[in-house]
Design a binder for this molecule. Structure first.
Ligand SMILES: Cc1cc2nc3c(=O)[nH]c(=O)nc-3n(C[C@H](O)[C@H](O)[C@H](O)COP(=O)(O)OP(=O)(O)OC[C@H]3O[C@@H](n4cnc5c(N)ncnc54)[C@H](O)[C@@H]3O)c2cc1C
Length: 413
């Protein structure tokens, strides 16, 4: 594809972009069974890994059990928050610097807009881990985060009503990235750079024989020098030695109709996070996103970052209950009172959690030809652009320049 055509593709509505990528993927399929690298799972991390491998000139095969993208794993739902004042652990900040850089590089290469800078509000008591942690990362890495007085918050973001004693902060350079478009564009660029991508082909097993990895699917056997496992919620099934450290949970996301649409567009309403002192976890949400630009669902999106019920990705209950809905609406009524008109959509999504809620980026224990990226614990998407680069380097060069020591697999024993 010529550069001009690639630019046009990047801005296509999602269904058309998806159809185009599927056509290109079908054309990439040959009878070849030997590759330099095989990527197991072409979702958030796998699509970016395919791209970086193909860009380095390796013969890469990406195998995905479903469509690209799809709603059965962890990457569906229109938007993912991206931020740098990382409350979870300051050691993520250098990775985030690289992630921002790499998202912008993909935007420059494709002409797409993937990162939307809306700013991100943080509300909570000063002693809450969210507030303490973001202040620590912001101080250590000189990330701009502005404190707002209660009066400033009420004047600028009158949509929110907060209890007394809450800190109110805004990180102006934060915002959201668009997962489905990003997965499609990484896949498309990988294809254009020579990758083979096979969809609806599930990997059933992988074994090592000498310096080769042998991968079996329902209809074929492939060989490669390296295997990269980016299986998301299915990682435990593909990595039995780590499965006891990976717990998959069912998460619910909602989109609601606001009473006044004008109050919630991105020009006057940023992304937000609230650490409710009466409830565990963190509530968060997004501005209204025009469906013609972002795809559906329509409405004001909100969710609760707290591990849901443990589940199995192959048998999770995707039917959303009244209780799921009530939990989200209750928080909306509490902090953004009077906004709620009706519920427009509710969807389930999956987290894959590690015991310390930090990722695993490493070689598979005891398998030097296999590298793994898993356990993203509900906060991984923003890193996909750097994780793909790390996986490609770890697999093919045996090392990465990025500081990922704290994300090693050995920490769980
Ligand atoms: C509701 C919700 C909200 C979130 N919000 C945020 C946020 O605001 N910001 C943020 O940064 N992150 C967020 N996250 C987390 C982020 O989306 C995930 O961490 C990220 O998508 C995980 O990527 P992944 O590649 O591991 O999994 P996926 O994107 O699910 O990719 C794994 C892929 O592997 C495929 N696969 C698995 N097994 C096989 C097999 N045997 N053969 C072939 N293919 C296989 C799967 O089908 C899938 O496509 C959120 C997650 C959820 C669920």
């Amino acid at each position: 594809m010529q550069a001009g055509a690639a630019l046009a593709a990047a801005t296509l509505p999602l269904p058309q972009l998806s159809a185009q990528v599927h056509r290109e993927a079908a054309q990439s399929v040959t009878s070849e069974t030997h590759y330099d690298a095989i990527v197991l799972g072409v979702g958030s991390m796998g699509s970016a890994t395919c791209y970086y491998l193909a860009r380095q000139g390796w013969r890469v095969l990406g195998l995905e059990q479903f469509d690209i993208p799809h709603e059965l794993g962890s990457h569906a739902g229109q938007s993912r928050i991206i931020r740098k004042a990382y409350f979870e652990h300051p050691d993520y900040v250098p990775l985030l610097e690289r992630a921002y850089h790499n998202w912008q590089a993909l935007e420059a290469e494709t002409g797409a807009r993937l990162y939307h800078k809306t700013g991100l509000l943080y509300f909570g008591q000063p002693g809450h881990a969210l507030i303490k942690g973001l202040r620590e990362s912001a101080t250590r890495y000189h990330i701009r985060v502005d404190d707002l007085t209660a009066q400033q918050q009420a004047a600028r973001f009158a949509q929110f009503t907060l209890p007394g004693g809450y800190d109110r902060l805004i990180e102006p350079d934060a915002g959201f990235v668009t997962p489905e478009r990003a997965v499609l564009l990484y896949t498309q660029r990988a294809l254009q750079l020579g990758a083979t991508i096979r969809t609806h082909e599930k990997i059933l097993s992988h074994t090592t024989s000498g310096n080769r990895v042998i991968v079996k699917t329902e209809g074929a056997t492939y060989q490669a020098s390296k295997l990269i496992i980016t299986a998301g919620p299915w990682a435990g099934k593909m990595l039995p030695q780590l499965s006891r450290h990976l717990s998959v949970t069912r998460q619910v996301v909602g989109w609601v109709k606001p009473k006044d649409w004008k109050k919630f567009n991105a020009a006057n309403f940023p992304c937000w996070t609230i650490a409710d002192h009466e409830k565990p976890g963190i509530f968060y949400g997004f501005p209204l996103l025009p469906t013609e630009q972002f795809g559906g669902p329509i409405g004001l999106k909100l969710a609760h970052h707290l591990h849901g019920a443990a589940t199995d990705p192959d048998s999770v209950n995707r039917t959303v209950t009244r209780a799921d809905e009530a939990a989200l609406i209750e928080v909306l009524e509490k902090f953004i009172p009077g906004a709620y008109a009706s519920t427009l959509a509710l969807k389930t999504c999956l987290y894959t959690n590690t015991p310390d809620e930090n990722f695993i980026l490493d070689f598979a224990p005891g398998q030097p030809n296999v590298v793994i990226a898993c356990g993203f614990s509900g906060h991984g998407f923003k890193f996909a652009s750097v994780v793909g680069e790390i996986m490609a380097d770890l697999a093919m060069k045996g090392t990465t320049q990025q500081p990922i020591g704290f994300l090693n697999a050995k920490r769980f024993g």
